[in-house]
Design a protein. Structure first.
Lengths: 528, 581
């Protein structure tokens, strides 16, 4: 398994004192793990193994595993410069922990394992935040993140234990099964509306806890403050890894409620959870956009931008249960596509800013970027493309991502003479309108950054070390992927992988030994 | 021919990318290279038009048969970009966004117009762009690429993508080379047009997904399609099917049968439902085009952007990019949603057009600056385009198309002249420039000619388009008297047009000479060779189009006829016996 391999590399990491080779070793480690993952056949997990009941291999878990390994590679290249510092091995070891955690979240099929994965992301983040913070603000931001994160973990744990109390198992498939088909473990209880309410409490607690991870309103307050107190490298990490993990966990836990057409009529429990997601999505994207307009500090701007992008991703999740599989559209798939486009755009921006941000001339506000356009034209073009992708300009990944989300929202099927289905249709149409309104208003935020880059005269000359840096590699890769995602996404990955991601319940029997025989993974996430 | 079409798109793209990276070669090389690319593209577009003409008759037959836009078969390039569903038998368009470009009557003449005006824009700014000229010309080429792409697209999403892509070069062009308030103007333009564009995208998505649902039969779904011809067919079939079910002659005996009666009522409800959803979609779709045009409630970005933009860009903005809005109405809104076009068009959009014409003219009268006045005059003249489109008959649609071409030529030339003046004198204010006719004789002569074209002097090109738009509106099949009233009021617009344009000529070119205090080293000269090279052939073109526009009208007739016919049929204005589909 990939995480055992990653952990092995980690284990001997801290004991060797030499500084420089750690980045190289970790990058090679990620590559190796990636090739192992590729060569691994689907369904190769031995069901008799100890943990086999606790993990689940399906489309979304494979996707998350590929994705998190790719992220790991990117981050080890981005943090390459830290090789020189004395904390090098810790940094890279922690990144590996993070990535391992992310893929555990993707693959987990058990509340305990899932929680383990989430904590494996949180704990290294605390340390990294402190190690990489800016001197005066590091402690504040690390503490803030620490306390809030602990709180959210507590909420998640509360929800998990509550769920366990109701259902009597921690296996997610079993829980979903119980939620859909009635109690297997406590047959005395009956499945009526009151049990739906009973489930609502843990589900809300879990959603609140995970909402912190994806910086969803109203759990977003930490993001701008924490981002402001740390380096651009760390911002990139914060804005992407925990978001990917958070969304993977949401899809996993709420999978039964989000699966489209998978469980026709079998469940009334949490049937209307989409309304909650609808509200959260609309509020998140609106608040992120509006507050983003008021900021001057680049890190805060980007923090609010990441909040509003969470809102768009949530829109895909909200619409998922209302779509029909036959149309070839998939809310969850659209959300993951958005997550990918968002990752490459955001990572690219932070990576470029990280290159530009030097000790002599730190970049804090958006007008600190003045003159970049003429001083380092190539980096500026990359930055512009990433910004355009976040705005959603055609021929970049961001456009198609928004298009898929809104296409999903608008094509909620309805019958013309059924008031209820028409109401749902109009509700989601409204969500589409809100999303586009936000996109149009939000473009002003990115335009200001752009105008900083290109339209303001340079304040003072800036000399850049033009020599090669390892972080140029992921920037170039991001640029290419963003463009390919916007023009012909099939080249980068198979869109079919995004279909039918939210079906953990379908074929898993309670024993958990029957691993779903979902269609062959015709993946693949070809990464340059 | 498909290679030619593809080349037309790829030459500016390649040229743009090459020019963008010419960092150290100086402005002279960059402008020559850019002009080379533009002239090459002009040549390609003219060759394309020349090749198209012999195929016209066959094309007309196939358009009439299929009752939808048909890109000329030999001109089509098509491949999949993004596929949602596996392709179906006989329907390669189902479930995929495709790269689908081609030429038909509707975009044919807009292509050479684009090429002419872009080449003209380079000539206009031949001497005034010295800083970062490689970026300027590279962005201009990219702007041409996206404009031509939008004209050529036969896939809604591709159309939208190119339509929206025009914003990026525009943003940089205005914000980096514009006037003193350029950044504000550029960002305002960007946010306005992006917002309008996103509304259009929402309309497109709404249209595609509502046509995915079968309105005639609940049990089956139609394939998702993004191809404009297939969408038109699908929309038309839906409308005609519903119309037939509802309006088909029924005997009194039939109506006594409860089953038939309840069926009829269901179908009526369906028809109403489809009509009302069409209206919403139409409004969304139209928003983006109204912003781009610009038309009345969404025009506030226009004066600032036109004024602040470098004149070469203003020329392209007014001459070509505004036409994208009108083209969007002709290509998407009207043929796709005929019922909504009829209901909203006669009351809402033709009134908007009327307001644009009169309000634009009134604003133009009040301006004290040549460039600003031309911006408002362009706003006013484009109102005629909108007016002609929403007459929804062949006369009006033809007039609107001619107005698009003619206005492009006229306004292009007038902005060119404006750039000549501003380059020589550094100002375009009326109070600084007076009586130039005694000094710049050739310039004055040619300016008066173009002003007359723009005013709509019979025999010159401006006349044909505007008058046909007015005639169209006058004879529109509107049951009430609205069409006639609106047409009568709008004809005042021509009077106002004559007022402000001729008084401009009086001020600037006639009377006592009064030049601004001079700052530049070189003395003011009359037209240079380069300027003559643009202005004189254009004048000949304007004259030809004014005296003998018939060949152009004949060439676009199949498409215009199609749009009008789709409308008449869908709105049930033809008796059922005569329906051929």
């Amino acid at each position: 398994m990939l995480f055992s391999l990653a952990s092995l590399i980690l284990l001997f990491g801290p004991f060797v004192k030499k500084n420089t080779p750690w980045a190289l070793i970790s990058s090679l480690g990620f590559l190796l793990a990636y090739f192992l993952l590729l060569s691994q056949k689907h369904g190769s997990i031995d069901p008799s193994l100890l943990f086999s009941i606790n993990i689940l291999e399906d489309m979304s878990s494979n996707f998350i595993r590929h994705f998190s390994l790719g992220m790991g590679l990117y981050f080890s290249l981005l943090f390459w410069r830290d090789c020189q510092t004395e904390n090098a091995f810790e940094t890279f070891a922690l990144i590996m922990f993070l990535v391992t955690g992310c893929s555990i979240v993707g693959i987990s099929n058990d509340l305990v394992v899932l929680f383990l994965g989430l904590e494996l992301i949180s704990i290294p983040t605390y340390v990294l935040l402190y190690l990489h913070g800016k001197k005066d603000l590091a402690a504040e931001s690390a503490m803030k993140y620490f306390f809030l994160s602990i709180f959210s973990s507590g909420l998640v744990l509360l929800g998990f234990s509550y769920l366990y109390g109701i259902v009597g198992t921690t296996n997610i498939s079993a829980i979903s099964d119980a939620l859909c088909n009635g109690y297997r473990f406590k047959p005395a209880a009956d499945l009526d509306n009151s049990s739906g309410l009973l489930f609502l409490i843990p589900m809300l607690a879990i959603l609140a806890g995970l909402g912190f991870k994806i910086s969803m309103v109203p759990f977003h307050f930490y993001a701008p403050d924490v981002y402001q107190g740390t380096t651009y490298r760390m911002c990139a990490l914060l804005a992407t890894v925990s978001k990917v993990a958070g969304f993977a966990a949401i899809v996993r836990i709420f999978g039964f409620a989000l699966a489209q057409g998978a469980l026709p009529g079998s469940s009334k429990t949490l049937d209307n959870i989409y309304v909650l997601f609808w509200i959260l999505s609309a509020v998140t994207m609106t608040i992120g956009t509006i507050l983003g307009l008021l900021q001057r500090n680049l890190r805060r701007i980007l923090a609010y931008s990441s909040i509003s992008h969470s809102g768009y991703i949530l829109a895909g999740i909200a619409v998922a249960p209302k779509l029909e599989l036959a149309t070839g559209l998939d809310g969850i798939g659209a959300s993951f596509f958005y997550l990918i486009a968002y990752f490459f755009g955001t990572f690219g921006i932070f990576a470029v800013l990280d290159v530009l941000d030097t000790k002599e001339k730190p970049i804090e506000d958006w007008d600190d970027l003045a003159g970049i356009g003429s001083q380092t034209p190539l980096l500026a073009i990359c930055l512009a493309v990433f910004l355009f992708s976040l705005i959603g300009i055609p021929f970049t990944g961001g456009f198609l991502a928004k298009f898929f989300i809104v296409f999903g929202c608008v094509s909620v099927p309805y019958t013309w003479d059924d008031a209820l289905s028409e109401g749902t249709h109009n509700l989601f149409f409204l969500l589409g309108i809100i999303a586009f309104l936000n996109a149009a208003v939000g473009s002003w935020i990115y335009l200001r950054i752009l105008s900083g880059i290109y339209f303001k005269p340079a304040i003072w000359p800036r000399v850049f070390n033009t020599s090669f840096r390892p972080s140029y590699l992921p920037i170039i890769a991001c640029l290419l992927i963003i463009l390919v995602l916007g023009i012909k996404p099939n080249l980068v990955f198979n869109l079919n992988i995004l279909k039918g991601m939210a079906h953990p319940v379908n074929s898993v029997s309670l024993s958990g030994i029957d691993i779903p025989k979902s269609a062959e993974i015709d993946v693949v996430f070809k990464r340059q | 021919m498909s290679q030619l079409v593809l080349l037309l798109l790829l030459v500016p793209l390649a040229g743009g990318l090459v020019t963008l990276f010419l960092r150290n070669s100086g402005y002279e090389f960059a402008r020559k290279l850019a002009l080379g690319f533009f002239l090459l593209n002009l040549f390609i577009s003219l060759k394309l038009t020349w090749d198209y003409l012999p195929l016209l008759e066959k094309h007309a037959v196939s358009v009439d048969e299929k009752l939808t836009f048909v890109p000329l078969n030999v001109s089509v390039t098509v491949f999949d970009l993004i596929r949602f569903q596996a392709p179906q038998e006989g329907r390669p368009d189902a479930g995929a966004i495709r790269f689908f470009i081609g030429v038909d009557g509707l975009n044919l003449f807009l292509l050479p117009l684009t090429c002419i005006l872009f080449a003209g824009s380079v000539l206009a700014t031949w001497n005034s762009i010295r800083e970062k000229s490689h970026l300027y010309y590279g962005l201009m080429l990219l702007l041409q690429f996206s404009t031509i792409g939008a004209f050529l697209s036969f896939d809604v999403i591709l159309f939208y993508a190119f339509f929206e892509l025009t914003l990026i070069p525009l943003l940089f062009l205005i914000a980096m080379w514009g006037g003193p308030n350029r950044q504000y103007a550029a960002k305002k333009l960007f946010v306005y047009t992006l917002g309008g564009g996103l509304a259009t995208l929402l309309g497109i998505i709404g249209l595609v997904s509502s046509l995915n649902q079968n309105h005639l039969d609940d049990n089956t779904d139609l394939p998702i399609t993004f191809s404009i011809p297939e969408l038109i067919t699908s929309s038309h079939d839906t409308q005609m099917g519903l119309n037939k079910k509802v309006y088909e002659a029924k005997t009194d005996k039939d109506l006594l049968n409860p089953l038939i009666k309840s069926n009829l009522e269901t179908n009526k409800a369906r028809l109403d439902y489809w009509a009302s959803s069409q209206k919403w979609i139409f409004l969304l779709l139209a928003t983006g085009f109204l912003v781009k045009l610009p038309a009345f409630p969404f025009h506030t970005w226009q004066p600032t952007a036109y004024y602040e933009a470098p004149t070469g860009v203003t020329l392209v903005l007014g001459g070509i990019l505004a036409k994208l809005g009108a083209f969007g109405f002709l290509r998407l809104c009207v043929p796709l949603l005929p019922v909504a076009a009829w209901e909203l068009g006669t009351y809402l959009f033709s009134v908007l057009a009327m307001i644009a014409i009169l309000y634009g003219a009134a604003c133009a009268i009040a301006q004290d600056d040549l460039k600003r006045m031309l911006a408002y005059s362009s706003f006013s003249h484009l109102g005629f385009c909108l007016l002609g489109i929403f007459a929804l008959n062949e006369t009006g649609l033809t007039g609107s198309y001619l107005q698009m071409i003619n206005h492009g030529l006229n306004v292009g030339a007038l902005f060119f002249i404006c750039e000549i003046l501003s380059h020589r004198y550094g100002t375009t204010k009326f109070k600084d420039l007076q009586g130039l006719g005694s000094k710049l004789k050739i310039l004055s002569g040619i300016s008066v000619f173009y002003v007359m074209c723009s005013v709509g002097l019979p025999g010159l090109n401006g006349f044909v388009g505007e008058v046909m738009c007015l005639f169209g509106m006058f004879e529109s099949k509107n049951p009430n008297i609205t069409g006639k009233v609106i047409a009568s009021i709008c004809s005042l617009g021509m009077v106002f047009g004559a007022w402000y344009l001729i008084s401009m000529v009086m001020k600037v070119f006639f009377g006592k000479l009064s030049e601004p205090v001079f700052k530049k080293e070189d003395s003011v000269s009359d037209l240079t060779l380069i300027e003559k090279f643009f202005l004189f052939p254009m004048a000949v073109l304007c004259l030809i189009l004014g005296i003998y526009p018939q060949p152009m009208i004949d060439t676009i007739r199949p498409e215009i006829h199609l749009i009008a016919k789709l409308n008449l049929q869908a709105n049930n204005l033809l008796p059922f016996g005569k329906l051929d589909k």
